[in-house]
Design a protein around this ligand. Sequence first.
Ligand code: SAH
Length: 369
Amino acid sequence: MGPGTADDGTTGDGALGRPELLAALREEDPERQEALRRRAEAVRTACVGEAVHLRALIEVSNHCIRRCTYCGLRAPNRRLARYRLSMNEVLDAARSAASLGLGTVVIQAGEDPALTERWVAELVRRLKGETGLAVTLSLGARTPAELRAWRRAGADRYLLRFETSNRALFRHVHPDAPGWGADRLDLLRVLRDLDYEVGSGVIVGLPGQTWNDLVTDLETFRRLDLDMIGVGPYLAHPDTPLGRSAGCAPPGTGQVPPSETVTGRVVALTRLLCPRSNIPATTAVETLAPGRGYECALSFGANVLMPCFTPATQAARYETYPGHNERLVSSAQAVADARRRIAALGRVVGTGDGMSPNVVRRRAVGGAA
Ligand code: SAH
């Protein structure tokens, strides 16, 4: 049984070549879209079940040395007030996540060199030792030596979106990508060799992204055999070069619109292509469609939610796009809200660390490589 085949014999991706993926991505007919949704939900139920896993997202720093043209954290953005949490602040947030029953913390930041190899390694050791939580890092394109040190310190997972598989577009929106270390596809291979659980993803509707690019993104998810895949719509930030330039390209240009429905279809196709991966309902889709974005993603094949545990005094400053964390309540309220919304969908909240069954399968069939 290949990675794209569901446990119940349901063919996850059997008939999904490029033409089918392209047609499904662009399908606006409500009945056919509903058929795709149901197919994704059947595969989701068979392969990862009814559990929705909660991850505590702790945004440890909004300092960033990069100039990504879509992201509000970019170094030249002088309008953003910068912050960096102390180790004790991160540990406090993680303890509160553990006490609320969560099994995983996600430590995310801009690319901040002040988060040194030693500091992060010490943080990981203390998180593992003092909370027992699974630790996911998402600190950008760091060096292989750093990634190795953090894995040795006990980090379990790493999230690094490749953002778009179109190399020319990637270079265009990441103007300062320096040398080897910034090649995110290379780093994803390094992470796999280090036996991390590996996560990646893309932005849906990034200006310049075509439908064909998005098909290649989906094929890349499958080829990389990813354990976690996050996709969310592009949200324009007025203090960035892309956000300042005129919105979306006109219809007929092949530009993917950054919409809720396209995001839903990308989530559904991701589930079909990568049946055992953990797929979050991202904050971006909820920001685009407040009050229903999480439900949209969860009913198109997603199985993870990431309530914010960044201290309330700083959370709104992790402003990758406007509105991110804006309506933030306390983390306890965010968890209660997530539990209520999961229950309303007839789903259950996951227990334990919620490791992807894809990792379990890969380790069973042959170890890290
Ligand atoms: N420095 C880390 C974390 C970045 S924030 C890294 O580079 O991996 C996490 C994700 O937010 C990014 O990977 C990107 O996909 C997303 N993001 C940033 N700006 C965005 C925007 N304007 N709209 C939608 N998503 C955005």
